[in-house]
Design a protein around this ligand. Structure first.
Ligand SMILES: CC(C)(COP(=O)(O)OP(=O)(O)OC[C@H]1O[C@@H](n2cnc3c(N)ncnc32)[C@H](O)[C@@H]1OP(=O)(O)O)[C@@H](O)C(=O)NCCC(=O)NCCS
Length: 293
């Protein structure tokens, strides 16, 4: 079977090949990464490895990309791995093993200190040095009410001016946490917001900040804050002005002047890391879901 397939690496400059990958991910995961074209296209640091058949169909893929992190106050040169999929009729023939080996070898050659991925099949990656990092959100009750005349404005990702505003703020953001956060990853932030209708983005003009959040019952779930200067929890709540009686934060709260109780995060995928010792990663902590990839 392998003989009839062509291996392509770093093929995103070819729009047909990118479309073929989007089709593969639509078939396997039911998500449309083609939405990224509204937000300036795929991450320029992406290094996809894919097998294509004679008709140009992408039948297997695994991609690496640059994902600089902040961990315990230190900038870490890390690679993320994503878009791992093989069409059902091509499975069980070693295609994915081949692509994983190529992508991890590429990352090693590039000199990335660490590798990260999210998966519902952790056993696939144990043999390549990846270990699960347990994740925890931070929860707390609130007593103070929020003002009704809040200044926040909801962002509409169908509006190009709003997209430009979010991109500007993401390009110049401070790490949302010094404990564990991505330094920069605009593409993931916007794609995650566009793919999940429950995620809302609000612009807080007083702080020139974008807050990604959800309301779950009476709980305000904070997913990420992009800003030059991270506002405190009380400043965020006042500026947002959405009634709630509980807060859950999905990133470490070291910059929010607020703390709560840690709660194990039961996302559908596990965060896995290689190249770092468990003691290198603050515990408990979690990587913002807006960095999901
Ligand atoms: C998971 C998937 C990518 C595997 O592709 P594949 O080409 O069939 O995999 P390979 O034949 O190259 O097998 C590679 C290794 O993975 C193992 N493996 C394959 N499918 C697996 C599965 N569903 N669960 C756990 N391990 C699996 C194989 O046993 C093999 O192990 P080995 O290298 O120790 O022998 C493919 O089944 C798929 O696209 N599934 C749906 C999407 C998905 O789950 N993607 C990965 C998400 S991170």
């Amino acid at each position: 079977m392998r003989e009839t397939l062509t291996l392509r690496e770093g093929y995103f400059e070819d729009p047909n090949a990118f479309r073929a990958l989007a089709d593969l991910l639509q078939d396997v995961f039911g998500i449309d990464i083609g939405l990224q074209s509204r937000f300036g296209g795929p991450d320029p640091s992406s290094m996809p490895f894919g097998y294509f058949d004679a008709t140009g169909r992408c039948v297997a893929n695994f991609s690496g990309f640059s994902m600089p992190l902040f961990i315990k106050g230190r900038a870490i040169v890390a690679a993320g791995f994503q878009s791992g999929a093989v069409l059902p009729v091509f499975r069980g023939r070693g295609l994915y093993r081949d692509l994983m080996q190529r992508a991890f070898a590429w990352a090693d050659k590039q000199g990335f200190e660490a590798g990260l991925l999210l998966t519902d099949k952790p056993q696939l990656y144990h043999g390549y040095g990846f270990r699960i990092v347990p994740q925890f959100s931070v929860c707390g009750d609130v007593t103070q009410t929020v003002p009704a005349d809040a200044e926040a404005r909801e962002i509409d990702l169908k509006n190009q001016d709003d997209v430009a505003l979010v991109l500007r703020i993401l390009a110049d953001r401070e790490p949302v946490s010094h404990q564990l956060s991505v330094v920069r990853q605009s593409e993931g932030f916007l794609l995650n917001a566009a793919l999940d209708p429950k995620i809302r983005l609000s612009y807080l003009p007083g702080f020139d900040a974008i807050l990604a959040w959800r309301l779950y019952g009476g709980t305000l779930q904070m997913l990420d804050i992009a800003a030059r200067q991270i506002p405190s929890m009380s400043e965020i709540r006042d500026a947002l002005g959405v009634a709630h009686d509980r807060i859950e934060v999905f990133f470490p709260t070291d910059r929010l002047e607020w703390s709560g109780d840690d709660r194990p995060y039961d996302g559908s995928c596990a965060l896995m890391v290689r190249g770092l010792q468990p003691s290198d990663i603050p515990a408990p902590s979690m990587l913002s879901p807006m960095a999901d990839f």
